[in-house]
Every structure is written in C-alpha cells, then in structure tokens.
Design a protein around this ligand. Structure first.
Ligand code: FMN
Length: 211
C-alpha cells in the first residue's frame, strides 16, 4: 500500500517556448492540497528557456523550484534529467500523472518512439506502459509531417496531446489570463479541476464561472 496521502505528479519541462506555462502549472500544483509531491525534471534547453523567457537562472538545480515560484516550497523536488535511475524511471514507483509542459518536438519524438534516453522520456514511457495519464503540452508552429506523425503515435500509445493553443471565448484580457485558463484545462485532464477554470455555459457573454 502506498504511504503517501495525495497525488504524486511528475512535471517535465523542455526547451519549447512557454516557460510561463510551466511556472503557472507548478504554482497551481504547489498550492493544491490534493497534491502531495511534484517531481520536476527540466531539460538543459528547458533551463535555458527559464532564463530566456523569465530571467530565471539557478546554478544549483535544487534551488530552481523556489526561484520559479518566488517562494520556498517543500513539495517540489527536482530530479536531474540525466538520472534515468531516478524513482520515476520505474513503474513500481506510483506516479499518478505526468505533464510535459511545454513539450518540444524533440521530446515529443523521443516519447512517441520510446527512446527513453533521458529521464523525461523514460518517465513518460513508464506512464504509457503502466496505463497512467500523460499529458503532452506540445508547442511549435507550424507543424511538419514528422511532428504530426509523432503526435499520432503518442496519442495512439495513450498520451493526451494538448497543444499550447489558447481559447478566446472566455475573453482573456492579459497573457496571464490566457496562461491560467490553458493551464487549468491541463490540470483538469489529470483530475485536478481548478476553481479558476472558466466553464462555458452556452450563453455567449457569460463570465460568471470565472473567479
Ligand atoms: C529560445 C528557444 C525557443 C525554442 N522554442 C521551441 C518551440 O517552441 N518548440 C520546439 O519544439 N522547440 C523549440 N526550441 C528548440 C528546442 O529547444 C530544441 O529542439 C531542443 O533540442 C529540445 O530539447 P529538449 O526537448 O531536450 O528540451 C527552442 C529553442 C530555443 C533556444
């Protein structure tokens, strides 16, 4: 029987544009009482994107979660992407769900083709083989045929393909509105619906469900 009360989530962050999305997902998971533990894995290019897009650098990777959140956290643990022997690399370790946010075309290819040559790709491979939830927040534009074929392969293997495409029917006023609503939809996919999530009610000007 599992010792931990609450969900265990893996968050992979890769070198696709959208470090803000990773920051928002981590903040919501850190605040969420239903979540006990978050294992965070950031690729080398993912670290570069935190620097390029958010001005966040951290020589010591263990400090990265508090740099990302702007506050201390005990819930989020960083695992090195080179460590393919980490807990989450085994199906015997019970991770409930995994997000790759944002997910590069390179990491999509690794997951779709089962290469398992870094921890994010291996952990994702484990989620698929164990029949657990894996959400890939892919981002690039436009897509070439290889990207599209890899999306189909990953989806057929059980992944949810969740492209970084904002909605406009909730009338976002700021980038943060769009990032929040997209991220809430991602968390709803792993059974963590958020109060802030806008829900369409069928009435065109309704914003009553928005916090
Ligand atoms: C500033 C910057 C933005 C990038 N944006 C994207 C992107 O949106 N989508 C993508 O697939 N790759 C993007 N790339 C390229 C990936 O980072 C590159 O293919 C990398 O090898 C991906 O490796 P990773 O999946 O291990 O992070 C970007 C690279 C840089 C430096």
């Amino acid at each position: 029987m599992r010792q931990t009360q609450g969900q265990i989530i893996t968050v992979g962050v890769t070198g696709a544009s959208g470090a803000l999305l990773a920051q928002k997902a981590l903040a919501l998971l850190d605040d969420d009482a239903r979540v006990a533990r978050v294992h965070l894995v950031v690729t080398e290019t993912g670290q570069r994107l935190f620097a390029e897009e958010l001005g966040l650098t951290s020589g010591d990777l263990r400090q990265l979660p508090s740099r990302i959140l702007g506050r201390a956290t005990n819930k989020i643990e960083v695992l090195p992407n080179k460590d393919v022997g980490a807990s989450i690399a085994s199906g015997s370790y019970e991770v409930d769900s995994m997000l790759v946010i944002p997910c590069s075309m390179g990491t999509l290819a690794a997951i779709a083709n089962g290469t398992s040559d870094d921890l994010i790709a291996r952990a994702a491979d484990v989620m698929l083989k164990e029949g657990r939830k894996l959400v890939l927040c892919i981002r690039d534009t436009p897509f070439n045929r290889v990207h599209l074929e890899n999306m189909l392969r990953a989806q057929q293997a059980g992944a949810v393909i969740m492209p970084v495409i904002p909605a406009f029917y909730d009338q976002p006023k700021t980038i943060d509105d769009a990032v929040t609503q997209y991220t809430c939809r991602v968390l709803a996919q792993i059974g963590l619906p958020q109060e802030k999530m806008y829900r369409w009610t069928g009435r065109s000007s309704s914003k009553e469900a928005k916090a």
